[in-house]
Write a protein that binds this ligand. Structure first.
Ligand code: 8YV
Length: 315
């Protein structure tokens, strides 16, 4: 039987590549030296796209595949897929919700703890001999019992807040509306007011045109010199210029970021900005979660090409 032709947008672990190659005729777009020529030659054969959250599928790419039926994302974020182009042509879009929420939430809390207790600085302090030369690390700030704000109380934001409640923190959140599954947490409509009322602001909102730069200069100013921003969503949710300026002039106390515009080639000013913890977009990066993401991405393709409805549709 002829295997469906799939366009693969980026690399996957071997445990996903092997079954993908067994079930589909896989075209490795990311290895092509001439993407436009590649699409002109193969576009009409492509029935599915296997992509990753941060790689998505652009309108041009979708247009170059006139027989496309499904875009299956390895990741929960679908902001990099042109949904309008897919809707217009009845193309399914699927993602991998739920399976990564626990790890992403763990990572957000880990970044908060690491940054507020100076874990990375403490390691350098020991290695560089500062401990014996200068004494103990300068005193840091506590996490437990302080005020947390969660911007976007979806699946991931909910898991973050659940974990923070174990630290005895006062939890507020902002979203399009109050959530009936969050009776113990305080709803605050505006991101600026949320920032005003918390010490740690976690950004967990799904990114869209509506949330672009939702964390702007005013929000950062409201968070203030004692506040910390933690972003495990998408870089587009934060105004990076405003963030770099706020860290540099002390308007904002600290930040911990897992996502960047243009990643992995982030703005070089981040490398010298003070009180900033940088991570290489690894919040969902555990063996367990990545295996579950790969399985779900492939299960969506298998459902569709087996004549069934996709399991976790976005569109
Ligand atoms: C993944 C992500 O790391 O789920 C998402 O949207 O950004 C991350 O969890 C990414 O999709 C894997 O390449």
């Amino acid at each position: 039987m002829t295997k469906p032709v799939i366009l693969q947008m980026g690399a996957y672990p071997e445990w996903d590549e092997t079954p993908l190659n067994a079930d589909y005729d896989v075209l490795r777009y990311f290895e092509s030296s001439d993407p436009a020529g590649f699409l002109a030659e193969h576009g009409a054969r492509i029935r599915g796209i296997a992509t990753r959250g941060e790689l998505g599928a652009s309108a041009d790419l979708i247009a170059a595949c006139p027989n496309l039926e499904i875009v299956s994302i390895y990741g929960v974020g679908y902001d990099a897929v042109n949904l309008d182009a897919c809707r217009a042509r009845g193309i399914h879009v699927t993602n991998t919700p739920d399976v990564l929420s626990g790890d992403v939430a763990d990572f957000a809390v880990t970044m908060m703890l690491a940054q507020t207790r100076g874990i990375v600085a403490g390691d350098a302090w020991v290695r560089q001999g500062d401990w014996s030369a200068k004494g103990g690390l300068p005193l840091q700030r506590r996490a437990f019992g302080r005020r947390a704000g969660v911007l976007g109380l979806g699946r991931i934001g909910f898991e973050v807040a659940k974990r923070l409640s174990g630290f005895g923190m006062h939890i507020s959140y902002s979203d399009v509306s109050p959530k009936d599954y969050a009776p113990d947490w305080t709803f605050v409509a505006s991101p600026e007011d949320l920032a005003e009322q918390c010490d740690f602001l976690f950004v967990a909102a799904a990114a869209s045109e509506k949330t672009r730069h939702i964390v702007n200069a005013k929000v950062l100013q409201s968070l203030g010199p004692d506040g910390m921003l933690i972003n495990v969503s998408r870089a587009s949710n934060v105004d990076e210029d405003a963030l770099i300026a706020a860290l540099t002039d002390g308007t904002l106390g600290a930040a911990a970021l897992d996502v960047f515009e243009g990643e992995p080639d982030l703005d070089p000013r981040f490398l010298s900005a003070p009180n900033l913890l940088l991570q290489p977009h690894q919040a969902s990066g555990t063996v367990e979660t990545r295996k579950a993401m790969g399985e779900l991405m492939r299960a969506n393709l298998a459902a569709h090409f087996g004549g069934n409805a996709p399991l976790t549709p976005v569109v």
